[in-house]
Ligand binder design. Structure first.
Ligand code: FES
Length: 109
C-alpha cells in the first residue's frame, strides 16, 4: 500500500494526484460523499488529468472534453471517452489514506 496523505488533508469533494514511480501511471484519489476512490489519473480519451476534473457524486468529469467516469468502476458513461480507466484499492489506516495500485495487464503478460 502506498501512503497518500492524512484523511483530514483530503476533504470531501477534493482530489489528489500521486506519482508512484517512473513506470507506474499516476493515480488520482477522490474523496466523495460516498467514500474514497482511486483511478488512473490520465483520462482514457486524451492527455488530461482526472484529478483536475469536477466530482459529482461518484463521477468525475474530465476537465478537457467533459467525459464522465464512474469512480466505482472506472467506466465512462458518455463520449468522447470509450475506454475505462483502471480503478485502485483505497483504504484508511490510522488516519492515513493508502492506495494499492492495480496490477497492469501488460506487467503480468
Ligand atoms: S481528454 Fe478526457 S474526455 Fe477528452
Amino acid at each position: 500500500m502506498i501512503p497518500v496523505c492524512r484523511i483530514e488533508d483530503l476533504p470531501i469533494g477534493e482530489s489528489v494526484r500521486i506519482e508512484i514511480d517512473e513506470v507506474t501511471p499516476a493515480i488520482a484519489v477522490f474523496h466523495t460523499d460516498e467514500g474514497l476512490y482511486a483511478v488512473d489519473d490520465l483520462c482514457s480519451h486524451q492527455d488530461a488529468s482526472l484529478s483536475e476534473g469536477w466530482v459529482e457524486g461518484c463521477f468525475v468529469e474530465c476537465p478537457l472534453h467533459a467525459a464522465l467516469f464512474d469512480l466505482r468502476t472506472g467506466a465512462p458513461s458518455c463520449l468522447p471517452a470509450r475506454r475505462p480507466v483502471r480503478t485502485h484499492e483505497v483504504s484508511v489506516l490510522e488516519g492515513m489514506v493508502h492506495v494499492r495500485p492495480a496490477v497492469r495487464e501488460e506487467a503480468v503478460a
